[in-house]
Design a protein around this ligand. Structure first.
Ligand SMILES: CC(=O)SCCNC(=O)CCNC(=O)[C@H](O)C(C)(C)COP(=O)(O)OP(=O)(O)OC[C@H]1O[C@@H](n2cnc3c(N)ncnc32)[C@H](O)[C@@H]1OP(=O)(O)O
Length: 421
């Protein structure tokens, strides 16, 4: 990547390491030194352009690396410049690697949640013209040495297929430990961190590991004091989270727009009405119009009035719709996953979510059962009219409660009819 300024003079070393201050490195003796602010502006331009190129290469809707994001996060960026070719005497940039420590909640191979703060690979890009020339490895290797970290100790923020191949080829990283977030960790991540799974050890596992283990210290920071198990949430914020907002608005705005054009395969018509293009708009027969008018004039049924008065939260259908949120979130997390395979374990999103999901499913099937029962589907014809005739107490709208009662009653009836006493 070329720039209209002297990259070669700006970055004297082949690999330059920048933190959130984006400070220009010391220049070679003898080179003219422009104003510091200009140099920083040049660095910001390079970071912005690299971020854009990386996003394009990864088909991301927006860059996840920019000067602004660098300045507002405690990340470190390794920039590799081209020392061989010197187009127009100004040098060129080959690529970059961005890393940073992040607090994550990761699952170990026993599916226990662990609060850790590993070094994460956040963004990585080598210019298309020089990929597969060993530059990525050179940059990665430099970072490993500088950060004093082993490849298996890293967490990778949604690695691209190319990066997965890269890690496999150069570092033999293949087997992943399934996670419920977008980070990928590999077998060996917990290698020297396994301790008895007591919660008191879990929170301090890193600081202890650093003292007790002879192998290189885990790239972890000291964590805050242990929190109650309930406080630990089974997700971790990815640097790419903000992209979700850009991709899809929240419910209900994310619902598919109404079809303006007819579907490719319209459902088969049940009658010939409307099939002829010559026919004008169909009007109902006069008796139907009269019927409709009489229905409009008909006052609401007293039961309906009573139900409306005792139901402050709107219709039950509406309430049921809003209760589906956890599934919606799960669906969203799947939608945004770059690799569906990583998220196949979302069903293990912690007991709480799983239970909630199961409860939802149960509620839904329960409500369907309930409709069948109230339909008078042959099971309990005497009950179909009864609940409508009386004003139900407010809590009777709890679908699960109703169905439980119905099931108990049915169970009792069955037992009564099948047993001789
Ligand atoms: C957390 C994240 O940052 S995810 C985003 C990662 N970045 C990208 O996907 C952007 C596009 N890709 C790239 O920029 C580069 O290919 C990188 C950064 C992944 C690797 O850099 P390179 O300089 O190409 O890597 P290097 O030459 O050292 O190693 C080559 C190996 O990487 C892998 N690799 C690189 N490019 C490809 C590719 N197009 N297809 C498949 N594997 C590839 C292969 O294992 C390859 O070995 P091989 O050529 O023997 O098959």
């Amino acid at each position: 990547m070329e720039f209209p300024f002297d990259v070669d003079a700006l970055f004297p070393e082949r690999i330059t390491v920048l933190d959130q201050h984006l400070r220009p490195p010391a220049r070679r003796p003898g080179t003219t030194t422009p104003a510091r602010v200009d140099l920083q502006q040049q660095i910001m331009t390079i970071v912005d352009e690299l971020g854009k190129a990386s996003a394009k290469a990864q088909h991301l809707p927006a860059p996840i690396t920019s000067a602004l994001r660098m300045q507002s996060n405690r990340h470190v960026i390794y920039i590799l410049k081209d020392t061989s070719a010197r187009p127009a005497g100004k040098g060129a940039i080959i690529g970059f690697l961005k890393v940073g420590y992040k607090k994550l909640f990761v699952l170990d191979d026993r599916e226990a949640h662990n609060e850790v703060e590993p070094l994460c690979i956040l963004d990585f890009y080598i210019h298309e013209s020089v990929q597969r020339h060993g530059h990525g490895r050179e940059l990665f290797q430099h970072m490993l040495q500088k950060e004093r970290v082993e490849p298996h100790q890293l967490a990778i923020d949604r690695p691209s297929p190319k990066l997965l191949k890269f890690l496999n080829k150069h570092y033999n990283l293949e087997t992943t430990v399934p996670q419920v977030n977008n980070f990928v960790i590999f077998e060996g991540f917990f290698a020297h961190q396994h301790r008895p799974p007591t919660s008191s050890l879990r929170a301090t596992r890193h600081s202890r590991a650093a003292v007790a283990d002879p192998i290189p210290a885990a790239p972890a920071r000291k964590l805050p004091p242990k929190r109650a198990e309930g406080d630990i949430k089974p997700y971790s914020s990815s640097d790419r989270e903000f992209l979700k907002v850009a991709v899809e608005p929240p419910w209900p705005l994310n619902r598919a727009p109404r079809r303006a054009t007819p579907p490719a395969h319209p459902p088969p018509r049940s009658s010939s009405l409307g099939n002829s293009p010559d026919r004008g708009p169909l009007r109902p027969f006069v008796p139907e119009q009269e019927l409709l008018r009489s229905l409009r004039l008909c006052p609401p049924h007293p039961t309906a009035r009573l139900l409306l008065a005792t139901d402050p939260g709107g219709s039950p259908a509406q309430r049921r719709r809003t209760r589906g949120t956890p599934w919606g979130l799960v669906a969203q997390s799947c939608h945004y996953s770059r690799h569906g395979g990583f998220n196949t374990s979302f069903l293990g999103t912690g007991n709480q979510e799983r239970k909630q999901g199961e409860q939802e499913a149960e509620d839904r099937s329960a409500s369907e059962d309930r409709v069948l029962l109230l339909d008078g589907s042959g099971e309990e014809p005497t009950q179909t009219g009864a609940p409508r005739a009386q004003a139900p107490p407010p809590q009777s709208w709890t679908v699960g409660g109703d169905i439980m009662n119905a099931r108990v009653i049915r169970n009792l009836q069955e037992r009564r009819s099948t047993r001789p006493w």
